[in-house]
Design a protein around this ligand. Structure first.
Ligand code: NDP
Ligand code: GDR
Length: 342
């Protein structure tokens, strides 16, 4: 029997890698997409086969986590075996500008989806995209039993989603799990997250299209892994016998400054010649250090990372140099992005 999965957030970084993985595994994949005035499917266009084709395995449906009734009709129609809830307003800095919207999508959106599962009577396994941001101010190393202390509206909304997922597991016997994932990046990472902002800038500076890069706190420590490896961990969490929560991380921390150094060095540049400080990128409350303890995932899922942060930085620089070559006049410098995005 072909397994069927529904992915919310399929147009995002992780959604695109997860869709790829599940298609490779022979799944029929359904994705929730938001209607926008321009297409927002660039990360999954390479996977799409026209739905009239009998070989089509990827199906997209309009919907939104703010629309509970739509989630019920969608689940009832698709009847998935597995649901991956990856959709969220996922930018920490932006969550300070849009706290209510973030709560609605990143927090309440999860209970809408869980309720839709109950109301539609669909007995699917449920994955919730939880995050290391929930640990916030609690010092590293952080594991499954580390207390939460979120430091942003985003982190607070994700803590709600974590607990409501656990509650539905305990209250209704749903196979519902939290994957507590530390930062994971790739050439498909959104352009305003710090790693991609840096690697895009390196490509543009190398090509002589940009000279300065404005940044915020360079001392923050993060545990950056490669996104393509993390979606395998998500899938494994839904294949075990009992629903449990797992941390996915590399277990090693680097500062933003370290990342800058590796990325600029790789292109033969000196970061100190180009990086300038701009307080617009500071957060009202910062998360100083996140370094995960992935030992439970290694022991029970057989999951571990192979790409370490410096290699990841080099992969992303190479990819952005290539993307810039092919983009021509469509390339938007990070300086221009920065002036209105975070
Ligand atoms: P992205 O920001 O790249 O993708 C977010 C996705 O959510 C997009 O597909 C977006 O659609 C969709 N979305 C946003 N709002 C809504 C809404 N109201 N209704 C339906 N869909 C919506 O995130 P990532 O791929 O990086 O992350 C995936 C998930 O994992 C997120 O929940 C994130 O918070 C979480 N996470 C990410 C980590 C990371 O390091 N990447 C670490 C830990 C957790 P659109 O394309 O239309 O904007
Ligand atoms: P984060 O990722 O907040 O960890 O959330 P981000 O890349 O935005 O920031 C990482 C660290 O870099 C510092 N920083 C800057 N950040 C951005 N975006 N832009 C800058 O110019 C800049 N300068 C310094 C930040 O202050 C921060 O300390 C990501 C998201 O994917 C979440 O959805 C996810 O849950 C967590 O990772 C784990």
């Amino acid at each position: 029997m072909t397994k069927r999965a529904l992915i919310t957030g399929i147009t995002g970084q992780d959604g695109s890698y997860l869709a790829e993985l599940l298609l490779q595994k022979g799944y029929e994949v359904h994705g929730l997409i938001r209607r926008a005035s321009t297409f927002n499917t660039t990360r999954i266009d390479h996977l799409y086969v026209d739905a009239h084709n009998p070989d089509a395995k990827l199906f997209l449906h309009y919907g939104d986590l703010s629309d509970g009734a739509r989630l019920v009709t969608l689940l009832a129609g698709i009847q998935p075996d597995e649901v991956y809830n990856l959709a969220a307003q996922s930018h920490v800095r932006v969550s300070f500008d849009e706290p209510e919207h973030t709560a609605d999508t990143t927090g309440v959106g999860t209970v809408r989806l869980l309720e839709a599962l109950r109301m539609s009577g669909v007995n699917a396994r449920f994955y919730q995209a939880s995050t290391s941001e929930m640990f916030g101010a609690t010092p590293p190393p952080q594991g499954e039993d580390t207390p939460f202390y979120p430091r942003s509206p985003y982190g607070a909304a994700k803590v709600y989603s974590y607990w409501i997922t656990k509650n539905y597991r305990e209250a209704y016997g749903l196979f519902a799990v939290n994957g507590i994932l530390f930062n994971h990046e790739s050439p498909r990472r959104g352009e305003t997250f710090v790693t991609r902002k840096i690697t895009r800038a390196v490509a543009a500076i190398k090509a002589g299209k940009q000279n300065e890069l404005y940044m915020g706190n360079l001392d923050a420590i993060r545990d950056w892994g490669y996104a393509a490896e993390y979606v395998e961990g998500m899938w494994r969490m839904l294949q075990v016998d009992e629903p449990e929560d797992f941390v996915l991380a590399t277990g090693v921390g680097y500062t933003v400054k370290d990342f800058l150094q590796v990325a600029f060095d790789h292109a033969g540049l000196n970061w100190e010649d180009h990086v300038k400080f701009d307080d617009r990128y500071l957060r009202p409350t910062e998360v100083d250090a996140l370094i995960g303890d992935p030992s439970k995932a290694r022991a029970k899922l057989g999951w571990k990372t192979t790409v370490e942060t410096p290699e990841l930085a080099r992969i992303m620089v190479d990819a952005d140099i290539e993307i810039l070559k092919n983009a021509g006049s469509h390339w938007v410098d990070s300086v221009d992005l920065d002036s209105w995005k975070n």
